[in-house]
Write a protein that binds this ligand. Structure first.
Ligand SMILES: Nc1ncnc2c1ncn2[C@@H]1O[C@H](COP(=O)(O)OP(=O)(O)OP(=O)(O)O)[C@@H](O)[C@H]1O
Ligand SMILES: [Mg+2]
Ligand SMILES: [Zn+2]
Length: 447
């Protein structure tokens, strides 16, 4: 029996134990594991090959979940034989989401779904189903951690075309002796499951746990193995959940679906823009409405800033929902280009509603909320803002400008503060064009 020493973080394998992984520099992540003898194919037998133009290679079918928020995230339905990985923090609602998907899929199709729970007993799963009012005979339950059981069940039941594994970290392949959740075990199980999915044209949905720093636990290769990677995110303290496409071989990435978690389960939110906006009776100092785009959908959200004096040598900068490094950049640009100094002030930045913004086009909204808080004046009444800020202070164009403007108009906004060089088709909304961040400062003076 051959053993190897495998890093549990990156999957790098060495012949002897080391305290620190030489590939990813992590400490104490290397564990002894037993290596499987891989099958080698005899080189003499050729296998048949097909031309790319061959009409016999059919495009795979898709099936719908019937929930628009979900189908968009999957890129227009779930592809038959595709493998999908869903990552999310403990207790965020992964099992709830999967049960909902399973129920909708079997209702709309002729096939059955196998729900494999390695974490919970059948009683626990059926208790949840009762609470969610899901009572589908076509959802079959299996409480096991054994991969062999799962493979045998799929081989035997040809009517099952949808397989859910909750979660990959609990699965155990007896061919590999290392414990469930180790790199080798996770990799082997995931590999066998994806092969099984392709072979039997079964769509596969795998739950993956998330580590403290927000990565899917196990080897990074897990994300390469599957066709689609989704993250289920949200704050445990509020009821909104976002399902985000990180990678998709069958559709666009970065799409999001918005859901609300309630006692009755997850409800899709059709009009998320209004959800993340706080309704104010009058203008508020330190607040800017950012017209964002997530995937193909526009979402308006409120950026809030608070600036307070401090005597501390290194004043606090706290951010919720945005990148702290980008905030540091905006603060530097404001000081270098606008002579607005924040070195003796604490800065708090918050994206209302628990959303995380990743777009650089939120720069201008952040700058505006900071300036507003600093000069103690609100932005023009009923305005939205977006634009990327360069280190020079220049304001760069944003993508999907018209999509953003349309959404703002739909929600009753009257003014839009936008980059100067953008092409905008005519809207019923007044566009205030800015070329440099200095001009943003002017807006407050003319309020
Ligand atoms: N009786 C209930 N009423 C309302 N909400 C509930 C109830 N029971 C559970 N929940 C909600 O469901 C969430 C747990 O959902 P779920 O078990 O689907 O999460 P999970 O991501 O699968 O968790 P784990 O990581 O433990 O597998 C809880 O955080 C809670 O918000
Ligand atoms: Mg769960
Ligand atoms: Zn490593």
């Amino acid at each position: 029996m051959k053993t190897a020493y495998v890093c549990q973080f990156c999957g790098h394998s060495t012949g002897r134990w080391v305290g620190r992984c030489i590939a990813c520099d992590s400490w104490d992540t290397v564990v002894e594991e037993i290596v499987l003898k891989t099958e080698t194919r005899s080189t003499s037998a050729p296998i048949s090959i097909k031309a790319l133009s061959d009409s016999e290679i059919i495009t795979p079918d898709r099936f719908l979940t019937g929930i628009e928020e979900l189908d968009r995230v999957f890129g227009g339905g779930i592809v038959q034989g595709a493998s999908i990985l869903i990552g999310g923090e403990p207790g965020i609602g992964k099992s709830t989401l999967l049960l909902r998907i399973a129920a909708n899929v079997v209702q709309l199709s002729s096939f059955e779904c196998l729900y494999v729970s390695g974490e919970e007993s059948l009683e626990q799963v059926s208790l949840r189903a009762k609470r969610l009012k899901i009572n589908e005979p076509k959802i079959k339950l299996l409480s096991t951690v054994s991969l062999t059981d799962v493979v045998a069940t799929i081989r035997k039941n040809k009517s099952i075309k949808f397989l859910i594994i909750d979660s990959i970290q609990t699965m155990y392949d007896s061919k590999v002796t290392s414990a469930p959740g180790t790199v080798t075990q996770v990799r082997t199980c995931a590999h066998e499951l994806t092969v099984l999915a392709k072979q039997y044209s079964v769509s596969l949905l795998i739950v993956g746990h998330i580590t403290k720093d927000g990565q899917i636990a196990g080897p990074k290769t897990l994300e390469h193995m599957v066709d689609t990677v989704l993250y289920f995110e949200g704050e445990n303290s509020n009821q909104y959940r976002i399902l985000r496409t990180i990678k998709n071989r069958f559709g666009p990435a970065n799409e999001i679906g918005v859901f609300e978690m309630s006692e009755a389960g997850l409800m899709p939110v059709d009009n998320p823009s209004s959800l993340f906006l706080t309704v104010h009776d009058r203008e508020v100092v330190g607040s800017a409405v950012f017209a964002g785009v997530e995937g193909s959908r526009p979402i308006l959200m409120e950026v809030q800033a608070l600036i307070a004096r401090t005597n501390m040598a290194t004043p606090r900068r706290a951010v919720v929902g945005w990148d702290i490094n980008r905030l540091a950049m905006i603060i530097a640009v404001l000081s270098a280009r606008c002579k607005m100094f924040l070195h003796d002030k604490e800065v708090y930045l918050n994206i209302a509603g628990g959303l995380k913004i990743q777009e650089p086009s939120a720069d201008l909204a952040v700058a505006a909320s900071l300036i507003s808080s600093l000069v103690n004046l609100p932005l023009p009444t009923s305005s939205i803002i977006c634009g990327e800020v360069a280190l020079s202070g220049e304001i760069r164009n944003v993508s999907h400008a018209d999509l953003r403007l349309r959404e703002a108009q739909k929600l009753g906004f009257k003014k839009a503060i936008m980059p100067k060089n953008g092409n905008y088709s005519s809207h019923d909304i007044e566009i205030i064009k800015l070329g440099h961040i200095k001009e943003l400062k002017e807006i407050f003076n003319h309020n």
